[in-house]
Design a protein around this ligand. Sequence first.
Ligand code: HEM
Length: 128
Amino acid sequence: MSITAIIHLHGLFVILSLIGFVTRGYWMLRDCPALHARWVKIAPHVIDTLLLVTALWAAWVMFWSNGAHPTFLTVKIVGLIAYIVLGTLALKRGRTKAIRAGAFVAAIALFVYLMAVGKTMQVIPFVG
Ligand code: HEM
């Protein structure tokens, strides 16, 4: 598969992941029972696994196989872990709705930042 195709596939799973997370966060805020449906719990794991597989694949073809490791990749790896923690707080572990809502907004802000990092390949996107 060409590198362009891998990056586009990664971008596709990024969008699907964001749509899924925003939808579940909205259901959480509205106390909607759909949040607890079986497929709603399984589908994000499939999408997020594919997001990560395509991410690692692109990173390998573009950088790691040449012995390179740009800083923006470290930021994305750490950012992805932080996003998972915030996402779990928002949808499951947050004790009060205020904590869950705060974690939800922070997770979306972080995700959008990581999208900009991915697009620009810069730790501080759109500067310089
Ligand atoms: C929540 C986590 C992540 C988000 C939101 C994200 C988002 C994006 C976006 C929007 C792009 C541009 C796609 C396109 O132009 O169609 C991209 C590219 C890329 N991402 Fe990610 N990504 C994430 C995690 C990762 C991780 C963990 C890695 C590697 C370990 C990674 C490696 C890459 C690489 C190598 C590119 C190609 C850069 C380029 O040529 O534009 N991403 N990412």
